[in-house]
Design a protein around this ligand. Structure first.
Ligand code: NAI
Length: 416
């Protein structure tokens, strides 16, 4: 097996420093690491981690290694890989295959190289590794004990496979745990999206009309933060309940065909394809800013945007300008990849602390219980979800109340 492919091994020291910083701010994972070191739950097991390869992910990788696992790592998006962090992990002797700006062919090659480890447990983000194992790498299926899927898009793909009876191993749905979407999707995306937009454009948000397409957990967080920054927020939705919820939060709701003419900044976060397309690009104002925070850039019909442009140029780092035939310039951030990760540093460390604590404990759950898990999708067990919340409170020095026996009796009965 090829040991590793990283772009800049000389940056290992810088990467190490970045990992040290996030580690200081991930107290839940620190507590889990201590337990893993003692108990060695993963001794003899091989783990493949395919998540945006930046500092927080690197710490998760180290936690699995502390638990005795042999780990292979690759990135889940070519523009989210931090070469210094990849170099730091490679310097520790892990199997690392990732570089910033990898082509789609290279991404596939790196995933296949990581799969050459013959992993028992998969920590996936977006479902690409799970998909490869069901197509090109079926030969490895016999070794797989189970997977843990990080995000909404990967969860949808796993559920679709399970529904069709075509899932070959258990997949634990990290995204559907309360300690995931209530913190990561909502607060994490909410904060880091605007971090990415602001530092990339160096423009003000206040007073701008921000159009958010998709008012799920991520969209809701992004909308609230945009309101807090003084933006005038419009929501586009297809789910009437979500649309009504947005209305009750004081947001304007309308179809994209109307919003397209009004927005200064457009953000897609639906997990769906082509939610901004030709008919919308043709209506947007001169100078409009377009970005995506959904897992795949397919949310934007970039082929249409490129075919409509008579000129394309880099306006600023991570901003591509497209000149329309009528003289309007449209600005695309981060080439349409997740704006909070490609144009900023992703979710804050304290947020990934809860998500990755779920990953670590669910990985342990698969290691210890795989014989009882059917080849289907599985919820994160409630005791793991609650354990992560308890560790978060403990790490923050916060105590909470407990139910009295008489209260438990009251809640569980009907007599009183
Ligand atoms: P969600 O399922 O809670 O919300 C998605 C919303 O989009 C739903 O309310 C749905 O009705 C709406 N929608 C779907 N198609 C639409 C269309 N054509 N027009 C308007 N609205 C439409 O999903 P969640 O958790 O908010 O995730 C959204 C995406 O963001 C997924 O791809 C997920 O993987 C990704 N994600 C990205 C993160 C990041 O760091 N950027 C973090 C977590 C998730």
């Amino acid at each position: 097996m090829q040991k590793n492919i990283v772009a800049a091994p000389q940056l290992a020291e810088e990467g190490k420093q970045k990992i040290e910083w996030v580690k200081r701010n991930m107290p839940i994972l620190q507590q889990i690491e201590t337990d893993f070191l003692e108990q060695q739950y993963f001794r003899g097991l091989r783990v493949l981690v395919c998540i945006h390869l930046e500092a927080k992910t690197a710490y998760l990788v180290q936690v699995f290694a502390s638990g005795g696992a042999e780990v292979a790592v690759t990135g889940s998006n070519p523009h989210s890989t931090k070469d210094d962090v990849a170099a730091a992990l490679a310097a520790e002797g892990l199997h690392v295959y990732a570089r910033y700006g990898a082509t789609p062919e290279e991404m596939r090659q790196y995933m296949n190289l990581a799969l050459d480890l013959k992993p028992h447990i998969l920590i996936d983000d977006g479902g690409d590794i799970v998909e490869l194992l069901h197509t090109d790498r079926k030969d490895l299926l016999a070794e797989v004990l189970g997977a843990c899927e990080e995000t909404t898009t990967g969860v949808l793909r796993a559920k679709a496979r399970a529904k069709a009876g075509q899932l070959e191993f258990p997949v634990v749905l990290i995204n559907d745990a309360r300690c995931k979407y209530l913190f990561d999707n909502y607060h994490g995306t909410g904060q880091s999206v605007w971090d990415g937009v602001m530092r990339t454009t160096n423009l003000v948000i206040s007073g701008k009309t921000v159009v958010i397409i998709g008012y799920g957990w991520c969209g809701k967080g992004c909308a609230e933060r945009a309101q807090g920054l003084g933006a005038n927020v419009i929501i586009c939705e297809v789910d009437p309940v979500k649309a009504a919820d947005a209305l009750m939060h004081g947001l304007r709701v309308m179809p994209m065909s109307e919003a397209a003419q009004q927005g200064d900044i457009f953000l897609t976060v639906t997990g769906n394809k082509h939610v901004i397309r030709k008919e919308h690009f043709s209506q947007m104002k001169n100078g409009a800013i377009i970005c995506n925070a959904g897992h795949f850039k397919i949310e934007l019909d970039l082929e249409a945007l490129r075919s409509m442009a008579v000129e394309q140029k880099e306006m600023r780092h991570n901003i591509s300008g497209f000149l329309m035939t009528d003289g309007r310039w449209l600005n695309l951030l981060g080439d349409g990849d997740l704006v909070n990760i490609t144009c900023a540093d992703g979710h804050p460390a304290e947020i990934m602390d809860t998500s990755f604590a779920l990953q670590a404990l669910s990985g342990k759950f698969v290691a210890l219980n795989h014989e009882d898990l059917s080849p289907d999708v599985h919820r994160v067990p409630d005791d793991i979800d609650e354990e992560v919340a308890r560790l978060k409170l403990k790490g923050s020095g916060v105590c909470i109340d407990e139910l009295l026996p008489e209260q438990i009796e009251y809640l569980e009965g009907w007599e009183e």
